[in-house]
Design a protein around this ligand. Structure first.
Ligand code: ATR
Length: 279
């Protein structure tokens, strides 16, 4: 029997068990997927003893994503560029390997939900400059030749990302974000604004072209105020749940040997766990 888990602190809110247990049942695999609440000071020891705990691998969530990168024997290009890890696995010799599948999850979902997003794309706007923005930028840079604007409340963090990802990324003042939408065919919210319990994203979409795609990485609620406003004026929208589902695919395949599918039934299963207003 193969066992995997999600390691976090706290970990209770994680929806990864819902996804992986659904696939274990769907594909009739003899395996388990647990939640492991591990304090930051215990993380190194826990991961060092992953095999002794019976695990073939794990997902890693806050606050361990950077520490996991330091512990791995090898890390893929995405994990190194993003500076964080969300997927770990042990090889036959017990060596620890790491990947970041967030960019894969975001881009795969964008391609699936709005396949036209890159057609004649002049520029994209990324709102936010945290860990999620880093993953989105890494994915976008590889997938498009378009200019990428980054606007963040704390400008220095946006500048750090522009420095990291090079001249294709241009910083826009947080106060100037609305005015910069005119040439943007893609708008992505990577801030936590709009999430249940948080203020909505303060935004004016007037200058955004009608054919622009608007994506949010927030998935609770599924329809954030940003997505509601975008849909109302006719923009195509992509919600954050698809990214969450797709980022889980490579880990499941590593641990359990089957490449699982993201289906409407899986999506409905996870949607049922979201805030009531999400549906
Ligand atoms: P994550 O790793 O999930 O991206 P994070 O690193 O805490 O989380 O980043 C959260 C993002 O939401 C940041 O871009 C943050 O802006 P700052 O860098 O200025 O903190 C943004 N954010 C959070 N609350 C905000 C608010 N009230 N107004 C504007 N941006 C906000």
């Amino acid at each position: 029997m193969a066992k995997a888990c999600v390691i976090g602190w706290p970990v209770e809110h994680s929806r990864s068990p819902l996804i992986h247990r659904y696939w274990l049942a769907e594909y009739g695999i003899d395996g388990t997927y647990d939640k492991e609440a591990v304090r930051p000071e215990d993380f190194v020891a826990f991961v060092g003893a992953l095999a002794e705990h019976g695990y073939v691998g794990a997902n890693v969530t806050l606050p361990h994503k950077e520490a996991a990168l330091r512990l791995a024997r090898s890390a893929d290009e995405a994990a190194i560029a993003i500076g964080a890890v969300n997927t770990l696995w042990l090889d036959a010799e017990g060596r620890l390997h790491a990947s970041n599948t967030d960019a894969y999850g975001f881009m795969t979902n964008l391609d699936a939900e709005a396949p036209q997003w890159n057609e004649g794309l002049g520029a994209a706007m990324v709102l936010g400059a945290g860990g999620a923005a880093r993953a989105v930028l890494y994915g976008l840079i590889k997938a498009t030749d378009a200019k990428i604007f980054v606007a963040n409340r704390t400008r220095a963090r946006a500048e750090a990302l522009a420095h990291l990802f090079g001249p294709r990324v241009e910083v826009v003042d947080w106060g100037a974000r609305n005015a910069a939408f005119g040439t943007c065919g893609l708008l992505i919210n990577t801030t936590s604004l709009g999430m249940t319990g948080q203020a909505p994203l303060d935004i004016d979409l007037t200058a955004l072209p009608q054919d622009a795609v608007v994506a949010d990485i927030v998935y609770n609620p599924l329809l954030t105020p940003l997505l509601v406003a975008a849909a109302k004026r006719g923009n195509a929208t992509v919600d954050g749940l698809g990214m969450l589902l797709h980022q889980a695919v490579p880990g499941f395949e590593r641990w359990f040997g089957v490449r699982p599918e993201v289906t409407p039934a899986l999506r409905a299963h996870v949607v049922a766990s979201l805030s009531p207003e999400a549906a």
